[in-house]
Design a protein around this ligand. Structure first.
Ligand code: CA
Ligand code: CA
Length: 287
């Protein structure tokens, strides 16, 4: 990964070190901030001048220049908190009408796959003993930058998920979608259509394998996890997919050096009973 070093005007403090603690500006189209003492490597998207407001600490002296590493303010180069080990959804954005959060595996038989915490999209039966909000989702997403093709030749995201469902993904008798866990790239959660689901095979009545590799060649829905038997469980015990692993292969010809948003969402549709919720863990990039 390339480091971009920016030359900033600075001035000497009493100990001969620059007093400038931080500054903000734009290099090309990227908003950046700069801080002393952080050594962070970033990919660059453009070149240009960094204009830095120098505050009220005194007029700048241009008799010397200081060099600082820079980091990108809004969009990191990787998925952050990918294993949810902060114990919360730090770095993730959230939305939808179902609860989202993290859970702990501290107790015996806790649900998480790795580490101490994982994400939970939607609420379990304690959260929603009934009256589940309908036609909505519990979603999280994160925007980050894919490295360039020269930096990483095979950029991948691997994610682990486990769906518990009293419902089913698809009802083929009535050609209806009920509950599922959907992963998409660069398309807002509410914009995915029934036709999109059909085209991704979400109406196929067959469980996914334990591991799955999907090429990602553009924006859109990638898959629909959940109870893919097309039948609801016959008992009160929810269908459990177990932990499944999906590797997303990002086409470098499409995504090289681009910012992308990865969306994860647990949907409940049509009925206020038949709850569904999804655990996610280790949603991480390979770079
Ligand atoms: Ca974890
Ligand atoms: Ca349902």
């Amino acid at each position: 990964m390339r480091r971009l070093v920016v030359k900033l005007p600075g001035w000497a403090g009493s100990e001969g070190r620059p007093k400038l603690a931080r500054a903000a500006g734009t290099v090309g189209s990227v908003l950046l901030f700069v801080a002393i003492g952080l050594v962070v490597t970033v990919s660059t998207r453009g070149t240009g001048d960094l204009s830095a407001p120098l505050g009220k600490e005194g007029p700048p002296s241009y008799s010397h220049f200081s060099y600082f590493p820079i980091i990108q303010k809004n969009h990191p180069a990787q998925i952050l908190n990918c294993g949810f080990e902060t114990g919360d959804l730090t770095y993730w954005q959230t939305g939808g009408g179902l609860v989202v959060g993290t859970v702990s595996s501290v107790w015996k038989d806790g649900p998480c796959l790795a580490g101490r915490y994982c994400g939970r999209l939607g609420g379990d039966d304690k959260v929603y003993p009934g009256n589940v909000p309908v036609d909505t989702y519990g979603g999280i997403w994160q925007t980050f930058r894919v490295p360039t093709a020269t930096e990483v030749s095979d950029p991948q995201i691997t994610l682990r998920y486990r769906v518990f469902s009293h419902d089913r993904v698809y009802d083929r008798v009535n050609d209806r979608y009920y509950d599922d866990f959907e992963v998409s790239v660069n398309v807002a959660l509410g914009a995915i259509t029934k036709a999109d689901r059909h085209s991704r095979g979400c109406n196929v009545c067959s469980p996914y394998p334990t591991t799955m590799t999907l090429p990602v060649i553009g924006a859109g829905l990638l898959f629909c996890g959940g109870n893919r038997t097309c039948s609801r469980p016959m008992t009160d015990i929810p269908d459990d997919t177990g932990w499944l692993t999906v590797t997303l292969q990002l086409d470098p010809g499409v995504f090289s050096g681009q910012e992308i948003t990865l969306y994860l969402a647990n949907w409940n549709r049509r009925t206020r009973d038949f709850n569904t919720w999804t655990y996610v863990d280790d949603v991480c990039t390979n770079w």
